[in-house]
Every structure is written in C-alpha cells, then in structure tokens.
Write a protein that binds this ligand. Structure first.
Ligand code: GDP
Length: 527
C-alpha cells in the first residue's frame, strides 16, 4: 500500500471520560459496529478496582487486561479505526495524558446526570494543550439527567471550548423518545436494544410535518420544534475547521448501553475526524507523508511475569513505513535496533506485523532500552516533542531497607521511572530519592514491583511537597540567591534539570513574585 493511502485510511483516537461515565460500554459498541467483536461483554473494563490494598497481583492482573486492550483496531466504512485505550482510574492519569500524545482526536464521554466531573476537566486540559479535536458524547440519556441546554452551557464553561449539538434529545429518562439529527434532519427513535445494531430512523426534513406528532406525541413534538429553533438561533453552523483546530466540539446525545446514538457518532467521526497528523520535533515538523520512518514511544508496559524482565514499548508511527527486521536508530542512545516481533493489538489477540503506517501503534519487545518519549528514526537525530512530564501531586522519600541490595533498588527505581510509573527527583545532600506520583496506588505498585522484580526492599516516607516545577533563568545572580534561600526545596529530575519542590501553591506564587527573572515551568517540556 502507498503511504499516502494508508495515512488517509487511518483514524487514531482515544476515548476519555470520568470513571463510570460509560467509556468501556461505548468502546464495546464501537467495536461491535466495526465487527471487531461479536458479543457484548467482550471488552473488559480496565478500571483498577482497589478492593483490598494488599492484593497487588489483582492490580497487576487488571493492568494486564488494560495492555491487551491498549489498542483496538477495526475497519469501518473504508477506514481503519485505531482506538487507544486510556486508564480511567485517576491514579493512572499520567498514563492517560501520555496516551493522548499518540492520538489525533478524542471522543469525550459525559454522564448526562453528572455533567462535567473532575477527571473530565483534567483530561480536557491536556487535550487543549495540543488543540486535539474533541467530539462529545452525552451518555445515559435513558436516565434522568440534567437539562440538555444546561449541560451544553456547563460544557462550554468548564471545558473552555465552544460546543455545537449535532443531535438533540427528545425527553430523558423514562420519557426518553430518541434524538433528532440536526444535520441529517432525521428522527432516531429510542428503543431499549442491548444487542442488535439495527435502528429505526425516520427522515423528517420539515419539523412542522405532522408525522412528527404521530411518532412522538404532540407535546414532545412542540417542545422539539421550539428547542431546535433556539439551537439554530444560538449556535453557529458546525464548522469542521474549528473542530479540527480544537476550538469547537460537536455534541451527540445517546445511551451507550442501549447502543443508541452510537452509529451517528461513529458515522460522523469517520466523516470529520482528522487522519494521522504530523508531530513536532526539536529539528522540524514531521508530516505523516514524510517518506522516512519515524515514531515515538509513549507508553511502556512491564511484563507481568517477573521471571521475564522484558517489557513492551508502545510506539506511535508518525511518518514513513515501519518494517519488521529492519534497522532503525534509537536516537537517545544512538544505537541501531531491529525488531523481530513487532505486534499490533486487536481487541483480543496480538499478532506479529510485517509493516505499519503513520497513525498505527505497535508493540516492541524491549529489554530495558526504551524510555517514555524516545524517538526511533531511519538515522536522523531528531527528538519528538510533546511528551512532557507533569507535576506529581504526592511526594515520598524512598528509603532502602537492605543495604546489600542498593544496586538492585537503584536499577529498579530507574527502570520503573523510565516506564513512567512515577517520577524521581534527587535531593542533596546525600542523593536522596524523592518519588512523585499522581496517586497513592503507584507507591504500592512500586513497592510491590521492587521487591518482586528486583528483590529490593524499600520504605516510603511522606514529604510535604504538593507541586514540582522546572526552573530556568538567564539571571545567574537571581538563581544563586534563589538557591541559597530554597536549598531545602531544590532537586534535579532524572535528566539533571533543576526542579523546585513547593510545599503549597501559595509558596510557589510567592517564589514567582520574589524571583521575577526565574521561569517556573508547569511541565518538563520547556526547551
Ligand atoms: P467507564 O468507567 O467509563 O468505562 O464506564 P462503564 O462503561 O463501565 O459504565 C459504567 C456503568 O454505567 C456500567 O454499569 C454501565 O452498564 C452503565 N452505563 C453505561 N452506559 C449507560 C447508559 O447509556 N445508560 C445507563 N443507564 N447506564 C449506562
């Protein structure tokens, strides 16, 4: 296949949601449409359920499930759709942020009763950093939820994006009648329908058509007419360019569990979503039709079997064509590497692939060479940008409990931080290791994995920091004075960059005021 054809054919996206909004259910319905699975229930929810704190194997097993469904590919309407899964649990938010670097657009699922929730806001912030195009699916319309207009206002306000409904709900909860497709001008009547895909769609070009009254009753018909008038008055026509620029999100209403409103969503997604986009590097912007292969690692997953230390690195292909058993340059180490068993991920099985194209995500077996953010090329020494580390929220000092095993501990914690499980900062004097994560669960995972995979016993002591910021300045004098004043709050990250660990947001603001020539960066990508 020619590269340009392969690029045009692909749609790589992620589904994001606050836990329980219906991400797993929607994913499953999309896969049903794509024929990638035959029955409902085939997609495992990758939620990490913290049932018993001591049950780490359970966590790991659940993480295992999430590997198997990390990338789900299927064909629909002549396109190859690649869905990258994102962990919903907030303690694994960093994993999700990084996965979002590998997608070209997202579908955001909202629970109609809960509206915008805490994870929704955080995830959208990450999307907005990159202007990732977003389609919104308001789920659970079969339940009593918020009024649709109120929801749209809430979305615009809290997510800082313009919205445009493309379907409109008629009633909700027990009185949910279906949706009117504003674009296609047809009526899709709701039926509780858990397995079948067929849907009843009635074309109603003119809303004054009395058929509408016959189908949904006069009071609903009247309400719909009024509401559609308001929508057409208040909202501009849908503008695809604005959507592609990440400025405007089309909104769909439905009920994923009833397979309702999903087909409209998928059909529109296929029509409007972007084909694989290029990515920026420290040298130049790489377009997907650049003939030379390039890609970056955005996720690394450890093998679940502790006897095998190998890991799987997930590589997003940006340009050219990736081929099996071909030498590529690992830019950071300047080593040549080839891969005998690159895998693609389908809903349930992994298979070895011969070639892969821009937009595809492949799994590479790794014996410890890869770090998150690494670039592979045909030789050019460029480094993809846009895979930053964000400030952790919980900080603990790592203490070695077994002096005979300090080498193992060192190796273990380095590898785990390379995998992106946590970030590590070194403080002086004494090269103290401060581990930072976004969730408590990671410390348990780290402790468990250090002992099981590396034989290293450790203890974590909480440290009173709440934020880490990277600092740069050209004012050497100010830097020296800052260093003297904040000696107990300075550290270096794993690449040797200087980091300020702040105890409170207020102290960070004070520092920003007191040292105007120092820049405090919220994420690691400031070069
Ligand atoms: P996730 O955490 O976002 O992956 O959410 P799930 O897909 O696991 O869904 C969470 C719960 O909501 C499950 O019990 C689903 O059956 C339920 N659910 C999903 N979609 C709908 C829907 O359209 N209507 C109703 N009433 N429940 C739904």
């Amino acid at each position: 296949m020619k590269n340009s054809e392969a690029v045009e054919k692909r749609r790589t996206f992620g589904i994001i949601a606050h836990p329980d909004a219906g991400k797993t259910t929607l994913t499953e319905k999309l896969l049903l449409f794509g024929g990638a699975i035959q029955t409902a229930g085939a997609v495992k929810n990758n939620k990490i359920k913290k049932t018993a704190t001591s049950d780490f194997m359970e966590i790991e097993k659940q993480r295992g499930i999430s590997v198997a469904t990390s990338v789900m590919a299927f064909e629909y309407s002549g396109k190859q759709v690649n869905i990258l899964d994102t962990p919903g649990h907030k303690d694994f938010a960093e994993d999700t942020y990084r996965t979002l670097t590998a997608v070209d657009s997202v579908i955001l699922v909202i629970d109609s009763a809960n509206g915008v929730e805490s994870q929704t806001e955080k995830l959208m912030e990450v999307c907005r950093m990159r202007n990732t195009p977003v389609i919104i699916y308001v789920n659970k319309m079969d339940r009593e939820g918020k009024d649709a207009f109120t929801l749209l206002d809430e979305l615009e306000e809290k997510l800082n994006i313009k919205v445009r409904p493309l379907t409109w709900p008629i009633g909700m909860g027990d009185r949910f009648k279906g949706v009117y497709n504003l674009h296609e001008q047809n009526l899709n009547l709701f039926q509780v329908n858990k397995t079948k895909i067929a849907e009843d769609i009635v074309t109603i070009k003119d809303l004054s058509d009395p058929t509408l009254d016959e189908m949904i009753g006069t009071s609903f018909a009247e309400e719909l007419r009024e509401e559609v008038e308001i929508i057409n008055g208040v909202y501009d026509d849908f503008d695809r360019e604005k959507y592609l620029a990440g400025k405007l999100a089309p909104v769909f209403f439905g009920s994923a569990v009833n397979n309702f409103g999903v087909k409209e969503l998928l059909d529109t997604f296929i029509q409007i979503s972007p084909s694989p986009r290029g990515r920026d590097t420290d040298m130049r912007f790489i377009e997907p039709d650049d003939p030379k292969f390039s890609g970056f690692v955005f996720k690394i997953h450890a093998n679940l079997d502790p006897k095998h230390r190998d890991r799987i690195a997930f590589l997003r292909i940006v340009s050219g064509k990736f081929e099996r058993n071909t030498f590529y340059t690992h830019v950071r180490s300047d080593k040549k590497m080839k891969f005998a068993n690159p895998t693609s991920f389908m809903a349930q099985d992994k298979s070895v692939i011969e070639e892969a194209f821009p937009g595809d995500v492949i799994g590479l077996y790794d014996t410890g060479n890869f770090k998150i953010g690494d670039t592979l090329t045909e030789g050019e020494k460029l480094q993809f940008k846009g895979i930053p580390s964000f400030s952790p929220e919980i900080f603990m000092e790592l203490e070695n409990l077994d002096p005979m095993k300090s080498k193992q501990l060192d190796k273990g914690i380095h590898q785990l931080t390379d995998e992106g499980v946590a970030q590590m900062f070194i403080m002086q004097p004494g090269n103290r290791k401060i581990v930072g994560t976004v969730g408590q669960l990671q410390f348990e995972v780290i402790q468990y994995r250090l002992i099981n995979e590396y034989g290293a016993n450790c203890r974590f002591t909480p440290r009173n920091f709440t934020k880490s910021v990277w600092i740069t300045t050209t004012n050497q004098e100010q830097l020296e004075s800052f260093k003297r004043a904040k000696a107990n709050y300075l550290a270096t990250d794993k690449d040797g960059n200087m980091v300020f660990l702040a105890e409170t947001q207020f102290l960070l603001q004070m520092a920003e005021q007191d040292y105007p020539d120092i820049t405090f960066h919220k994420n690691s990508e400031f070069k």
